[in-house]
Design a protein around this ligand. Structure first.
Ligand code: PMP
Length: 364
């Protein structure tokens, strides 16, 4: 039987990194710490309460969750202008991104990003029949803003998508860089929405501001976040976005009705109420990240400047061999980024000790 599969999907594999049961799973930038018992209890209680009403559809507009997210952004990123109408959320920031492409992409339209970057970006574009175009990052993985501005003005993308901190490099954008992108986006005939994907924002070093702080100055700037990383809630699937109301209203049009289950809403709200406890784990991960970067540098590796919970390091003549050698020793990392580089997610101190000893053995 022939299936009428879209030609561009023929032969493609579904996206996803290996899910292997090894000692140190350091390949998908998860938070290595399970939610603490107080948070587990709060989530269990909230879900129990939600279960009593599961015969009904959930709050389609998830107003209480949006209010909690607005409050969290105020505390975490010093953004005090955010109201419920400025917040969007979906099942992971992956779904938020898909909504953005459904609303602002589409046939005959273009999304511009900067390589190397998150490997799902071309998939959102493919799935919404949007053209995906990349410009290369500089050798240090920062953006060449003059080149980006020229490309935006010349190509007229309807979406510009930049991860900050970037995956897999860890590179954060300065506010000057964001203003620079916005200046060019404002010149695009027909409009251009610039999305800063801040999935790893909470891990940034002190003094690196969130792009959300300058949303009041830019009508077409949107900042996406997730609870998958800092909140240790990758399994809960909750991503969100902050933007001006017209952007949010456009996303409301393309979402499926009741896309956020009552269980998801309850889980996310319970975790948000405990963000201070979860922040302590983030601080530990940042410290471990800085130690890992220092150790790798001491070993003679080049390590990309990172504001995230992972580090890209190299160069290796044969990175596959190093990846396999680590895996044989119970350490799963990621072969990603430019040829010769590897990415390691930051785990617990014990996991990182295993990573270090395994790397020493493999490269001895
Ligand atoms: N953006 C970036 C840059 C990511 O690395 C990831 C996850 N690896 C996501 C978005 C998606 O995360 P989630 O859907 O879990 O929110």
């Amino acid at each position: 039987m022939t299936l009428p599969l879209r030609p561009e999907l023929i032969g493609l594999e579904p996206y996803g990194a290996p899910q292997l049961d090894v000692t140190a799973r350091l390949n998908v930038n998860e938070n290595p710490y399970a939610p603490p018992p107080s948070v587990v209890d709060a989530i269990a209680q909230a879900v129990r309460k939600a279960a009593e009403g599961l015969n009904r559809y959930p709050d389609r507009d998830f107003t209480a969750l949006r209010a909690d997210l607005a409050h969290y952004l105020e505390v975490e990123s010093n953004v005090d202008f955010v109201e419920v109408r400025n917040i969007w959320a979906a099942n992971g920031s992956n779904e938020v991104m898909l909504h953005l492409h459904q609303a602002f992409g589409g046939p005959g339209r273009r999304v511009l990003s900067f390589a190397p970057t998150y490997s799902m970006y071309p998939e959102y574009a493919r799935d919404t029949v949007t053209d995906y175009v990349t410009l290369p990052r500089r050798d240090d993985f920062t953006l060449d803003i003059a080149a980006a501005q020229a490309a935006i003005r010349e190509m007229g993308p309807s979406l510009v998508l930049v991860a900050s901190p970037n995956n897999p490099t860890g590179t954060a954008l300065s506010l000057d860089d964001v203003h620079g992108l916005m200046a060019a986006a404002d010149d695009v005939e027909g409009g251009c929405v610039v999305v800063i994907d801040e999935a790893y924002a909470e891990f940034r070093r002190a003094g690196v501001p969130s792009a959300a702080t300058i949303i009041p100055e830019h009508q077409n700037l949107a900042v996406s976040r997730t609870m998958s990383k800092a909140f240790a809630l990758a399994g809960g699937r909750l991503g969100y976005l902050v933007a001006h109301e017209p952007v949010i209203d456009a996303l409301r049009v393309v979402r499926l009705p009741y896309h956020l289950s009552a269980v998801t809403q309850a889980t996310a709200r319970a975790a948000l109420a405990h963000h201070r406890e979860l922040q302590a784990q983030v601080d530990e991960i940042r410290a471990e990240r800085d130690d890992t970067v220092a150790w790798l540098t001491d070993q003679g590796y080049t390590v990309a400047e990172t504001d995230a919970n992972f580090a890209l390091f190299g160069p290796f003549e044969d990175r596959e061999r190093v990846f396999e050698g680590l895996l044989e020793r119970g350490v799963l990392i990621r072969v990603t980024g430019p040829e010769g580089w590897l990415r390691v997610s930051i785990g617990t101190p014990q996991e990182m000790a295993l990573f270090r000893s395994a790397l020493l053995e493999v490269t001895a």
